[in-house]
Design a protein around this ligand. Structure first.
Ligand SMILES: [Zn+2]
Length: 207
């Protein structure tokens, strides 16, 4: 470290650990406070405060969240999830892709061995307003991206979240229809509004 110390990110023992509320203030014009170095500093504070000590493998809320990787859409913040509260998978758009289906099936199989009867967990799909996947509706962007990743361009448009209530409905239906997912897993669909900060349930939990 140089003598250009970054703005303190943790204001006291145990307070603010894992929260990024000062991120915007801290990283502007302060190269030492950016990227992984800044996060590692927070990690040391987290470990020193014992934040990891009561973590468990099976999530406290029996909840599996599928949502977008947009940094505004972090369920640790907007759902108030603490460590071990939920399993979270995030990808572009929070879409139920084949990879996500396999992840839910994997946790389903693990849960079945621990819980022989009754409900296993709830899978909550959460799409959001102002999603960046909307760029896939732009012909130029979509064409360039298809070339970049070697994909068929026509397969990319359905990935755009332009109407989050509609896409989350489709993705819930998709997850509910997969034979690899036990009927003991309930599936719900929601929309997170990045302007109001509120989540609205579109499809209540069920199968
Ligand atoms: Zn998004």
């Amino acid at each position: 470290m140089s003598n250009q110390e970054p703005t303190p990110l943790v204001t006291g023992a145990g307070s603010g650990v894992g929260r990024a509320t000062r991120f915007e203030l801290a990283d502007r014009g302060q190269p030492n406070a950016t990227n992984i170095e800044s996060a590692l500093e927070r990690n040391r504070a987290f470990a020193a405060a014992g934040g990891h000590e009561r973590a468990v493998v099976f999530p406290n809320l029996r909840l599996f969240v599928i949502t977008c990787l947009d940094p505004r859409v972090d369920p640790a913040h907007f759902l108030g999830l603490g460590l071990s509260d939920a399993i979270v998978v995030r990808n572009v758009g929070g879409r139920v892709t084949p990879e996500v289906i396999n992840d839910v099936a994997f946790i389903c199989q693990l849960a079945e061995s621990a819980l022989p009867d009754g409900p296993l967990f709830e899978a909550a799909v959460i799409h959001h307003t102002q999603c960046g996947t909307g760029a896939l509706a732009d012909d130029t962007f979509r064409h360039r991206y298809a070339e970049r990743i070697g994909a068929e361009e026509s397969t990319l448009l359905p990935h755009a979240v332009l109407d989050p209530a509609a896409t989350v409905t489709r993705d819930v239906e998709r997850l509910r229809s997969v034979p690899a997912i036990s009927p003991r897993v309930s599936v719900s669909g929601h929309v997170y509004d990045v302007v109001t900060g509120l989540v609205e349930t579109v499809i209540p939990a069920g199968r």
